[in-house]
Design a protein around this ligand. Structure first.
Ligand SMILES: Cc1ncc(COP(=O)(O)O)c(C=O)c1O
Length: 400
């Protein structure tokens, strides 16, 4: 299958795996890293480290400058307005936990939180816990037959008791890019805070937060070719003041005495303790590099790989979950347990995920014990896909 990737050469991890005859088709879980990220990390550590935002010495000033430059670069990647806040977190999961706790004081018993039926546990469990402890209603927005969010039904479900709408724009299971403009605008009109889980979508389409009319947006660096343990919580200027401080410690106070403290506003007030400085700087360098690439060419390449995966699976009679249109496909083979298939693929050097993909209620509602997921990134090529299908054919011969 002739679909070369011009970007593969920049990913030493992909090349190292290939030398061991391994193919990475699990990028929706985490992405391999480009050389620029590794170089930036190593340079940062080799030049001498310092804490940010607390020291008066020149190394501290240099680290703080680099850290805040990283924040500015990430804000420009998000296409955010200057007055909006970019808060560093450990990842999407922490960003949503932060929101669920930092907004909690606004809610009264009987208020409503709405999420879609296809959310990752990261965008379900924090709200579920909040609903349970504060006696709130957690409403699950239904999907239509094609596996998309039913936007008209969702708009009709917004009510005067609705407080938060939290949805992802690309499901990690059904792989469908969900258009949410109308729903977000209805939420805005009704004064409902909107949270976008961009963990998957941000990888395949650079966010434009001037256009995407949400109050909060979260994503993770490690899925975006960046380091582990870093995430972004974007908060619109008009919404960020609604957040109450949620974790407490060093470098977040304006003043402090034994019985009382006053805290800094966002972002620093929401980043207590020593941040993941090196990783944040390396993440910004990764995004800077991503912005220098031809995004249309990457999208075209990923679409061609995706079409090849879909076509190959369909021609083999696999059951495709939903109607995926971006970067990943979840599927099952008749009479085969997805975990067995994933193990046999793994033994042949093909790394795919199998299981409930942290979306157990969705899989249950579809009557599935699990599914196998193939997920793609810019570094995959036609050979990867061909090897996947060769391995799939072998595995199915054994299992069926
Ligand atoms: C849609 C979605 N949301 C949230 C998450 C959680 O991301 P993290 O584990 O980086 O916090 C994931 C991870 O797979 C995801 O796919």
């Amino acid at each position: 299958m002739f679909l070369p990737s011009p970007w593969r050469q920049y990913f030493p991890g992909v090349l190292a795996l290939a030398e061991q005859h391994e193919v990475w088709l699990d990028s929706a879980a985490t992405a391999q890293k480009p050389q620029i990220m590794l170089d930036t990390l190593s340079q940062y550590y080799q030049q001498g480290v310092a804490n940010v935002h607390r020291a008066q010495h020149p190394p501290g000033e240099r680290a703080t400058r680099a850290f805040e430059e990283a924040r500015s670069l990430i804000a420009s990647w998000l296409q955010a307005d200057a007055q909006d806040a970019v808060i560093f977190t450990k990842g999407t999961t922490e960003g949503i936990n932060l929101l669920s706790q930092a907004l909690a004081h606004h809610f009264q018993a009987g208020d409503e939180i709405l999420i879609s039926a296809y959310e990752h546990h990261a965008n379900l469990l924090p709200w579920q816990q909040l609903a349970r402890t504060h006696d709130l209603q957690l409403t699950i927005l239904a999907m239509d037959d094609a596996g998309h969010l039913d936007v008209d039904a969702a708009i009709a479900q917004l009510s005067p008791r609705s407080r938060v709408l939290a949805v992802s724009t690309l499901s990690n299971v059904v792989g469908h890019q969900q258009s949410l403009e109308r729903l977000l605008s209805a939420a805005r009109q009704q004064g409902v805070w909107s949270v976008i889980d961009g963990a998957q979508a941000a990888v395949h389409q650079r966010p434009n937060l001037q256009h995407l009319d949400c109050d909060f947006f979260v994503c993770s660096a490690h899925k975006l070719y960046g380091p582990d343990g870093v995430g972004i919580l974007f908060a619109r200027a008009a919404a960020v003041t609604a957040l109450r401080h949620w974790q407490f410690g060093g470098e977040m106070v304006r003043s402090c005495d034994y019985q009382h403290a006053e805290f800094l506003p966002a972002p620093l007030g929401f980043e207590p303790g020593t941040p993941s400085t090196a990783n944040i700087i390396a993440f910004a360098a990764t995004l800077d590099w991503l912005m220098s690439l031809d995004s249309a060419a990457i999208a075209q390449h990923e679409a061609a790989l995706h079409a090849a995966v879909l076509e190959g699976l369909r021609s083999r009679g696999m059951q495709i979950i939903g109607t995926p249109n971006c970067a990943l496909v979840s599927f099952n083979a008749a009479h085969v347990h997805p975990a067995d298939l994933a193990v046999l693929l793994g033994e042949q050097g093909i790394a795919v995920r199998a299981g409930h993909h942290c979306a157990m209620p969705l899989l249950k509602s579809l009557g599935l014990a699990g599914a196998v997921r193939v997920s793609l990134a810019m570094y995959n090529n036609g050979d990867d896909i061909q090897r996947f299908f060769n391995a799939l054919d072998q595995a199915l011969e054994i299992l069926q």
